[in-house]
Design a protein around this ligand. Structure first.
Ligand code: S3P
Length: 430
């Protein structure tokens, strides 16, 4: 994909359904009795991997445009797959499904692409093993492929060293098959879609927040049944983020992004845009499937640098690539700290973000847990090495719109992982 600078992005758009919520709706629907209807589902490659895994375990799932019908067979209705489950590029599929598989009475192996098979799985192997699961890394390197055999699960309390919704959710899902209570405390609250949605499906799940601190605990007990739901998935704020940035950065722009999920455990980018001086407002706030939703209106703004650190990090972890692009265009310096988790995403995003920003002429320093970005100088067109990371492709496509000269995004098709129609949405604004 080749892109160059433009002005005047104008219009009203919607973005595809939230990736995290789409995954969970299929998983919990498969474990519930009856048909779960999911509307505005994200047809991205990651969520299709989740569908594929459950089809391989005997769950009938019908797709019609962006609606998905999951014919769940109850908590104990999955059957042994005849092949290795293919989790593709999806960390969410891998880690959440592992919690579910730990509670089954059959053996499974799951494996993904090269990027997925190099991401750390010890973070789930450790707590699931403590619960009594039989889960191991086939190559003995604490990465996928993972082999999971039946085990007797019992509830534990787990103090997670990382604020990760994937780790938390994996443990809570195993907790549905464990005796007693299973609880997870995280150092800062990560996205809470599992807690909100499992409650809607009828699971006995509770969340508490440490008064005056940042630690958060979620706990669950096993139950007889989950009950099928009708879910309309809100627009993905992580996808909206690229158009929020485009609206703020491209001169003479005004963009309305309709029906975006603004759950506070995901909406850190909105706070940061405001702190950077962005003209951004929320309209028509309402709730859908237990999740807060709004339209987001953005207008071109003069941005300034900021410091991003601490408990806000898990609420914007996937948006750091595009926030870094905004920081490069902003006046002054932006410091991003406490974000070492960036190193274990689809790529090492401290490296992929800073390498590509440097290629565009930005003065940026990678650090052990983030980066320091000196903003304000004009970006120059460059060749962007996405390393097949969807968020790098999209973030630098927006950078291209304000850079001098042409920018070439290598392997831009990787946007299919979370936003197959990304470049079509963009065209609606021209
Ligand atoms: C996700 C959680 C986050 C996020 C990922 C989706 C989820 O990962 O980066 O894209 O759906 O639970 P961690 O929980 O590992 O931070």
């Amino acid at each position: 994909m080749e892109l160059s600078n433009i002005t005047g992005l104008k219009g009203k758009i919607t973005v595809p359904g939230d990736k995290s919520i789409s995954h969970r709706a299929v998983m919990f629907g498969a474990l519930a009795k009856g048909t779960t209807e999911i509307h505005h589902f994200l047809n991205g490659a990651d969520c299709l991997s989740t569908i594929d895994c459950f089809r391989n375990m005997g769950i009938e799932i019908k797709e019609k445009e962006t609606s998905v019908y999951v014919h769940g067979k109850g908590l104990h209705g999955l059957s042994k797959p005849s092949c290795t489950l293919n989790v593709g590029n999806s960390g969410t599929t891998t880690r959440l499904i592992s919690g579910i598989l730990a509670g089954q009475s059959f053996e499974t192996t799951l494996s993904g692409d090269d990027s997925l098979n190099s991401r750390p799985m010890k973070r789930i192997i450790t707590p699931l093993t403590q619960m009594g699961a039989n889960i191991s890394s086939v190559a003995g390197n604490n990465c996928a492929p993972l082999f999971i055999a039946p085990g007797e699960l019992h509830g534990i309390h787990y103090d997670s060293p990382v604020a990760s919704a994937q780790v938390k959710s994996s443990i809570l899902l195993a907790g549905l098959y464990a005796d007693g209570e299973t609880s997870v405390t995280e150092p800062a609250l990560s996205r809470n879609h599992t807690e909100l949605m499992l409650k809607e499906f009828g699971a006995p799940i509770r969340s508490t927040f440490e008064i005056g601190g940042t630690k958060a605990t979620a706990s669950v007990r096993s139950c007889e049944e989950l009950y099928a739901q009708q879910i309309t998935v809100p627009g993905d704020i992580s996808s909206a983020a690229y158009f929020i940035a485009a609206g703020l950065l491209v001169p003479d722009s005004e963009i309305l992004i309709q029906n975006v999920g603004i759950n506070s455990t995901r909406a850190g980018i909105l706070k940061i845009c405001e702190e950077m001086g962005g003209d951004i407002s929320l309209l028509h706030e309402h709730t859908s499937a237990g999740e807060p939703v709004a339209d987001i209106l953005v207008r071109t703004s003069k941005l300034h640098g900021t410091t991003i650190e601490g408990a806000i990090i898990p609420t914007l972890i996937d948006e750091i690539p595009i926030i870094a692009v905004m920081a490069a265009a902003a006046e002054g310096t932006t410091f991003i700290r406490d974000a070492a988790e960036l190193k274990v995403k689809e790529t090492n995003r401290i490296e992929t973000v800073t390498d590509n920003l440097k290629a565009m002429g930005c003065e940026v320093l990678p650090t052990n847990d983030g980066m320091v970005i000196k903003g304000g100088s004009k970006l120059k067109g460059a060749t962007i090495h996405t390393l097949l990371d969807h968020r790098i492709a999209m973030a630098f496509s927006i950078a291209a719109l304000i850079a001098e000269g042409n920018t070439k995004i290598l392997d831009s098709h990787c946007v299919d992982v979370s936003y197959p129609s990304f470049y079509d949405t963009f065209e609606q604004l021209l």
